[in-house]
Design a protein around this ligand. Structure first.
Ligand code: HAM
Length: 418
């Protein structure tokens, strides 16, 4: 490990990469606001029970992955492992409890104590949305279509959408009985984790990745047949709306998602560039009970993993908008030229331009190298002889052509040309 590496599973984001992050965040804000979503910022840590109750005590995230600590008063706090529970906690303080729909989006860091690997971090970042207060199949379809639109605008083409239904609470018992009957017969050939899941959370068997379990799971009977007619009709309506909205999708009864709060529609997005095991986004409809609340709040939403979106963009060679590049670089030789450049840079920056310049005494060659690195389209050169003549040389960096501009006209010239 290098001496100053950040802790495993975390990373620094340097200016050369930050442009892509900002591009993704800005694209998200633009797309989501077109659907009536506004930004919500919630704390990075919450009382632990917000996640325990929200995500479900049996989930892997709650059992194994949360960063939990006590504050000075002995209250248990947890770094947020995801955004939904905190958003719901925040929204209970609004009029959402009276049935008013709330549409919010968020982005920021999330924390899970997972084993770090490519695309799996301990601090990762999500861009997510929650549509809270209402329950309708068309809302679910609109939400999925919005994710589709965001990915396309973010330069991620070819994403694969998989959807499924989890029914509602009343559908679960008959479906579980169905599944238990089947898996009990085969459990001796299945992995250790699936044996535990058979007792504790049979649904998780369906997304087991172990080789020895695949065939058995693939041949499991369709539990959706045992769902109520209403739940089946709900799912049909979601599928019909997605087709009408031109969102390509496939259905997989094996998609159950890792968090307990889901009902009805669940979905996950993958991309060939990362393979089927690494989801770039996931979400679904949910009902969340919050501390002190007797009625669960309905909602639907998703979160996309920013690091994974960036991995796909890189695999696709999607153009990275170079937001760090300067518009203009100012080269100065001699104290007077540097002072003039400092003042000119200040004025241009106030005029909205991005300026890089050299403020130390360095050779012309060294400054020219920096100018090349800055990405500026124009470089202003002022040496002693230019200062004497009251002019500056303007060099176009793409073709190397040069012209002279008088000092009095320099500011206006640059405002116009950069
Ligand atoms: P999730 O599937 O746990 O859902 O996470 C959503 C996305 O976050 C994943 O698809 C993945 O891209 C990214 N992600 C998760 N864990 C990691 C990790 N360790 N390293 C890198 N990226 C990761 C949720 O969090 C739900 N709150 C989504 C939701 C919103 N459902 C309804 N509303």
């Amino acid at each position: 490990m290098a001496a100053f590496a950040p802790p495993p599973g975390t990373a620094d984001i340097f200016p050369a990469d930050a442009g892509t992050w900002r591009f993704l965040e800005n694209t998200a804000a633009e797309v989501f606001s077109g659907y009536g979503y506004g930004e919500l910022r919630t704390p990075i840590f919450e009382y632990t029970e917000v996640f325990q109750r929200g995500l479900g005590g049996e989930t892997e995230v709650v059992q194994k992955e949360m960063y939990t600590f006590e504050d000075r008063g002995g209250r248990s706090l947890t770094l947020r492992p995801e955004g939904t529970a905190g958003v719901m906690r925040a929204l209970t303080n609004t009029d959402v409890a009276n049935g008013t729909e709330q549409r919010v989006f968020y982005y920021g860091p999330m924390f899970r104590g997972e084993r770090p690997s490519a695309g799996r971090r301990r601090q990762f970042h999500q861009i997510g949305v929650e549509n809270v207060g209402r329950c309708a199949a068309l809302i679910d379809a609109e939400c999925i279509a919005m994710l589709h639109s965001f990915l396309e605008k973010a330069g991620i083409t070819g994403a694969v959408f998989t959807i499924n239904t989890r029914g509602v609470a009343a559908d679960r018992a008959p479906a579980e009985a169905h599944l238990r009957e089947y898996f009990s017969k085969h459990i001796s050939k299945m992995c250790d984790d699936c044996r535990t899941r058979l007792e504790r959370n049979i649904w998780r068997i369906l997304d087991c990745k172990q080789e020895c379990c695949q065939e058995i799971i693939d041949q499991a009977p369709s539990y959706i047949d045992s769902f109520s007619e209403d739940s089946k009709a709900y799912f049909e309506e979601v599928k019909a709306a997605l087709t009408a909205l031109n969102v390509p999708f496939k259905v997989s009864p094996r998609l159950v998602r890792g968090l307990d709060y889901y009902v009805h529609t669940v979905f996950e997005v993958t991309h060939d560039a990362l393979g089927e095991q690494i989801a770039i986004a996931g979400g679904g409809r949910y009902e969340l009970f919050l501390p002190g609340e007797k009625k669960p709040l309905p909602g639907v939403g998703f979160a996309a993993g920013v690091e994974r979106l960036i991995m796909v963009r890189e695999a696709l060679n999607a153009a990275v908008p170079d937001t760090a590049a300067a518009d203009c670089y100012l080269i100065g030789l001699g104290a007077d030229a540097r002072m003039k450049n400092l003042i000119l840079a200040d004025k241009l920056r106030n005029g909205g331009k991005k300026i890089a310049l050299e403020l130390e005494e360095r050779s012309f060659k060294a400054q020219m190298r920096s100018a090349n690195r800055s990405g500026a389209a124009l470089t202003v050169i002022r040496g002693e002889s230019e200062m004497e003549k009251g002019i500056a040389i303007i060099k176009k960096m793409d073709d190397g052509s040069q012209c002279e501009v008088s000092e009095n006209e320099l500011f206006d010239y640059l405002l116009k040309h950069i």
